[in-house]
Design a protein around this ligand. Structure first.
Ligand SMILES: NC(=O)c1ccc[n+]([C@@H]2O[C@H](COP(=O)([O-])OP(=O)(O)OC[C@H]3O[C@@H](n4cnc5c(N)ncnc54)[C@H](O)[C@@H]3O)[C@@H](O)[C@H]2O)c1
Length: 280
């Protein structure tokens, strides 16, 4: 299996690359522009593996993407490259439109050109997995969860740009028959999480004795998904997902932000007590 992963130096992408290279033994080409969010250190465990390659390139660069497809000849593309931080999208939406909308459009077109020339058997086996967010559905209420048929209701430049990219992916499947599957997941957490996100930021600030990052009363409800579970889910969806279908991935772990922050504080307090006990 030869897989192109876009955004493989990011938080979820790197978990996926580690899974595909180390657990599945697939040949992986990681295409990543290495923006502020990309971190090659999260790929140290695969860097010297013969089935792993890295290409620093922007997904909006059509020539570079065409060359990557031609040289690597993938059976599958798993598209995760994105601008992903909601707060940044509010202060600077342009990069979000560029990468999430134009970049996805570019990849769809390049994949379509490549796929249309494949021999029939390879054409049938080819898959394009478009990875997106459950934020396209809007806000989660006190109870309940999003379903694949929940109407789209994006509320930030980030979620609107991801919603646009989902619509493009579905249109390329229906119009051109490109074998696309879409996944929408909830908030991920786990190793190599970028420090500006809620869980790592809370841990770091708490350890430094600084203010904790709670907006308003912290009543926003989000579902939390462990990133390595998500990587396995993406692998399964790419392998067994039905073409044209959407799959939501969640952890069944809905929590108000304030509950997440309080829980982290409890754990850190417990660890601090244990460390103090060992020292004494
Ligand atoms: N983190 C979450 O909780 C979460 C939740 C739902 C969905 N998602 C989606 O999952 C995907 C991955 O999220 P993440 O948290 O790993 O993101 P991330 O911000 O950690 O990583 C994104 C990666 O994409 C790369 N990139 C950005 N623009 C690029 C471009 N133009 N060309 C090539 N590479 C580019 C960056 O260098 C980085 O390595 C995104 O599509 C995101 O919308 C994330």
């Amino acid at each position: 299996m030869r897989v192109i992963v876009t955004g493989g130096a990011g938080f979820i992408g790197s978990a996926l690359v580690r899974h595909l290279v180390l657990e599945r033994g697939y040949d992986v080409l990681n295409v990543d522009a290495l923006t502020y969010a990309g971190n090659r250190a999260s790929l140290n465990s695969v860097e010297d593996k013969p089935n792993y390659r890295f290409l620093q390139a922007n997904i909006c660069d059509r020539g570079a993407m065409e060359k990557a497809f031609q040289d690597f000849r993938p059976n599958r593309i798993m598209h995760l490259a994105a601008e992903s931080h909601v707060d940044r999208s509010i202060t600077g939406a342009a990069d979000f439109i560029e990468t999430n909308v134009i970049g996805t459009f570019t990849l769809l077109e390049v994949a379509r050109g490549y796929w249309s020339k494949l021999p029939d058997a390879e054409k049938d086996a080819f898959r394009f997995l478009h990875v997106s967010t459950d934020e396209v559905y809007g806000s989660l209420g006190e109870d309940g969860l999003f379903r694949e048929d929940t109407p789209y209701d994006p509320s930030s430049p980030y979620s609107a740009s991801k919603a646009s990219s989902d619509h493009l992916a579905k249109a390329w499947q229906r119009t051109y028959g490109l074998p696309i599957v879409v996944s929408n997941c909830s908030n991920n957490y786990g190793p190599f999480h970028f420090p500006e996100k809620l869980i790592p930021l809370t841990i770091l600030n708490a350890l430094a004795g600084e203010r904790l990052p709670v907006y308003g009363k912290g009543n926003n409800v989000r579902d939390w998904l462990y990133v390595e579970d998500h990587a396995r889910a993406l692998d399964t969806i790419a392998e067994r997902g039905r073409i044209g279908e959407t799959y939501n991935v969640g952890g069944r772990n809905e929590r108000r932000n304030i509950e997440v922050v309080r829980r982290i504080c409890e754990v850190l307090d417990r660890l601090a007590r244990r460390t103090a006990h060992v020292r004494n």
